[in-house]
Design a protein around this ligand. Sequence first.
Ligand code: KE4
Length: 433
Amino acid sequence: MTTNYTRSTELFAAAQQVLPGGVNSPVRAFRGVGGTPLFIERGAGAYIWDVDGNRYIDYVLSWGPLILGHAYPAVVEALTWQARLGTSFGAPTLLETQLAELVIAMVPSVEQVRFVNSGTEATMSALRLARAYTGRNKIIKFSGCYHGHADMLLVQAGSGVATLGLPDSPGVPATTTASTLVAEYNDQEGVETLFAAHDDIAAVIVEPIAANMGFVLPESGFLQGLRDVTRRYGALLILDEVMTGFRASPGGAQALWGIDADLTCLGKVIGGGLPVGAYAGKREMMQLVAPAGPMYQAGTLSGNPLAMLAGQVTLQQIQSEGLFDQMTTHTTTLAEGMRTLAQELGVPLQVGHVGTMFGFYFLREQGQHIMNYTTARQFADTERYARFFWAMLERGVYFAPSQFEAGFLSAAHTDDEVKQTLAAAREALALVR
Ligand code: KE4
C-alpha cells in the first residue's frame, strides 16, 4: 500500500524553517519511528484526518486528553457559548469552583485543588509544595518516568526523552538535579535504601502506571509500599496522575488501587482538550499555597473559563451510566485481541491495559518481561515497533509514534473501530514477525 503523504511532507519542510524540529513537542516529530510526521487537519470522534485526506482511527487522542473523542458536540457547544461571554478574565469565576468540586468528588485523596496550565506546571508546583511543607529538599523519582520538563525532573526521564534516547538534557544545572534521587520502578528495596541514606527527602513522585516508558504496571504492593515508606519517614507521596487520572478509572489509579496520596498531579483529561493541569491534595498541605499560605505559584491563564468548561463537560460525561465500563471493555478487547494475534503469529509481544489506556512492547525474544526502565531499554524492539507503526498507519490506524508511549481509547471508539484495528493488526503483525 502506498498512502499519499505529499502535503504533510511539504508542511513539515516549511515548519522546520520556523520551529525547532518542525514541532512544538519532540515526540510529535516521529523520531521514534522514522519518516515524516503527519500534519493533522481535523478530528471527529475516534478519527483524525491528515492534510492529505487520509483518515485514521486515533489511539493517541492528543496523548490522552480526548477521552470523549475529537470535537465532542457538548464540548464544542460549551466552548462556543463561553467564548461569546469572554475567554479569560484573570479573575475568579464560578467555573473554577465547579471543576474543583468535580475533581474533589471524583479523586479520593483530594480535598483542595489548584489549577495550572500543564502537567509540567502541576508536578513542578507539587514538588515545591512538598518541599515547603516538609522543609526538606530532596525528591525521589523513578527512571523512565516522565513528569514534564521542569529542570529537577529531567533526570533519566521517559516519554520524549526516552524516545530520543537522550541521556538527560543539557541546560539543566547539576546543582538542580543534585537533589533528585532516582530509583528503579517496582524496586521497593531501592527506595528503602535511599530513605535510609538521606534524612532530607521531601517526597516521592511516581506514575501509578509507568506509561512514559511504554506501559509498565506497578507490581503488587509497590504503590502501597511507597505509601508506607513515605509515611514512616515523614515524606509526601505524590501520585503523578496526569495520564492515569480519569483514565485508569473515573477516580484515577488511586481510586482503583486504594492509594491515599498526599498530593496528586492531574492534566490532560481534566481540560477536555484545552490546556489544563492541576495539583491537588490534602487541605493541610494545600493551605500552604499562596495566597492562603506562603508557597508561591501563579499563572495568567490558570483556571481560564474555556478550559474549566471543557473539563467540566468532560468529567461530567465520563460519569454517564455505563460509559466508563463500555470504554474499558473496548480497551480490553483491543489489548487482549493484540495479545492473541501475537501468540498466534509467534510475535513476542508484552501487552498491558487498565481502564481506558493500554500499551504493548515488541520484545526481542519470547519470554522476556519488561518491568522497569532498564528492562524496557534492554528488551524493547523499537525497530520492530517502528515497522508495525507504519504498517498500521498504512491501514488507517494511528498508534503512538514511539515504543515508549501508551495508547488511549475514547467514548467514540466502538466495536467497529476495535474490529477494524485488530484486522489491520493481524496483517501488520504478520509483516513484522
Ligand atoms: P505536560 O506538561 O506535557 O502537559 O504534562 C507533562 C506530563 C506529566 N506527567 C505525566 C505522567 C505525563 O505523561 C506528562 C506528559 N505526557 C507526554 C506523553 N507521554 C506528553 C506528550 C508530549 O510531551 O508531547
